[in-house]
Structure formats: C-alpha cells, structure tokens
Ligand binder design. Sequence first.
Ligand code: GLV
Ligand code: GLV
Length: 326
Amino acid sequence: KKPKIFIARAIFADALPQLEESFEVTSNQSDEVLTPEELQKALVGMDGALVSGGDRIDAKVLSAAKDLKIVANIAVGYNNLDIPAMTAAGVMGTNTPDVLTDTTADFGFALMMAAARRVTESEHWLRAGKWEKWALFNNPLGVDIHHSTLGIIGMGRIGQAIAKRGLGFGMKVIYCNRKRLPEALEQECGATHVSKEELLKTADHIILVLPYSAESHHTIGEKELSLMKPTATLTNIARGGIVNDLALAQALKAGKIFGAGLDVFEGEPKVIPELLACSNVVLAPHVGSSTEQTRRAMMNLAIKNLRAGLAGQRPPNLINTDLMQN
Ligand code: GLV
Ligand code: GLV
C-alpha cells in the first residue's frame, strides 16, 4: 500500500506525476494557507506532509495525525514547526538549507539597495507623471551603498553570503551573532565581530538574517532604532517578529532612520497600515528565495527529505535528530 502524503500548498505541477507513482497524494487545491482546523483535518490518516512557512505544525494539529511520520518544510526557517511537540509525537521535521542561500542573499542586497537608492519610491513618482518635479539637489536623494559600513545581524550561511557581496561593493563588513565565527571564516567573509550596540551605532546599512525564536523576538525595537544613524537603512529578510513593525514605522515616519527594506512582517500576510503609509520603505511579500531555480531546488530537497523519511531512512535535513540515533 502506498504511503499517504498531504501537500499543503500547490507545488510545481510537473512534480506530481512522480510523487503519485510512490504515494497516494492529496493536495490543497485552493493553494490558500489552511486554517489550523483545516490543516489538522487534512493530516488525519497521512503518513507524510509537505508544508511551507505559513503552515503551523503544533501539538494540536498533530493530535489527530496518528500515522504521521514526517513533515518536510519547504523553507530553511522552521519556526512554524513546533519541534519539541513533533519530537514528542515521534514526527520527523526537515527544512531546506543551503539551496536558497545565495538567492536569499541576493534579495537582501536588492532590498537594501532599493531602500538606500529609493528605487520603488522614484518609480512611483515616474508612474505618477511627476518626473519633472524630482528635484536634482533637494529631497529625495538616496544614500550610498559602496564603501559604506554593512552591519549583519545573524551570521549563518545567508549572513556570510551577504558579507561576501558587501566586500564586492567595497563595504566594511561588521556583524554580530550569538556565536562568533571561527577566525578563518571571519577572514573569508572579511567580517569583523562587534557588539550589537556598536553595530547599531556604526552601520550604514543593517541586514537581519537570524532565525526567529523567543530570544530573537523584537531584536530591533524602539531602543535599537534610536541608536541607528538617521542616514542608515534596515533590511529584514529573516522573519516577522524580529523587528517591532510599529516601532519601525514610527522611526521611518519621524526620519529617525533613512529607510527600510522588508520581506517579512509581524502577522504576515497582513502588513500594518502604519508601515504601508511610509514612503521610505520597500515592501515585498516574503519572496527572498523565489526564483524559478531556487524554488525548484527547495521543492526537490523537501521531496527528497520526505521520501527518505517514509522509506525509514534518515532524511538529509532532519531537524529533530534525537529521533534517530544513527
Ligand atoms: C523562507 O522564509 C525560508 O525560511 O526559507
Ligand atoms: C539560516 O539557517 C541560514 O542559512 O542563514
């Protein structure tokens, strides 16, 4: 008998025939994020599931999914998976690291540059027929990227890939991280470890690339924003909740910082009106990894994890490794 799998969001359609050879596949045809109640119902009787960041897997959702062995997340971040609850229920969790590192680092740079050079704001002027009113020497002028100081908070794989891009722009790269990188890796990234306070005070452009946790909740709030230079930008490609969005909107409105680039939000897919009202912020709907190649690679890696888990093998990106001793 084929194992049963549930696919919580539409994946590339050409992947389905192969999956259907091995599994009895049910997918969420609407492609809308399911409510917790819908997800709980959908997982009843399933052996495995492919989910994304909007799908929260917790004890309640797991309680009715007695046959579930593995949940493969199509994302590197996995704060949507309650790992202790999954471990307690004997359900493996996997993510998709590495395959999206460079694509996501590119997007961090894109947002940072768009915020610094006011790309979307100037496009709005052009589209509104106001080209002639775009002053040459008065506002709104941008701030430079090249040879400025890049501050990276969270120095995992993506943070390191951003640091290397910064070097190409002649930037001075500083970072803070829970753990300092080994010296060889610091040298490779051309990055200097500093305290969070020093980073906030001295960086011209700050990019957040740390995982979300209770500990990283509101890493950037009113106090941190007040330490930043008025000419600085802040870019969040990590997770909503790492920034206090309301405090950021207030700082942007008051000109306490120059601009921001945001791919993630507290309570997404909703964005607070205070942020939408700011012209000096570039907004994106959580698309950091969304190129054709990378989304395919993420999907394929998640499927590989799912297949391994359902074949009784150790999935390559198993998160709760304590479920498997060897
Ligand atoms: C996207 O946000 C991811 O974690 O892959
Ligand atoms: C986080 O997991 C990263 O890849 O930076």
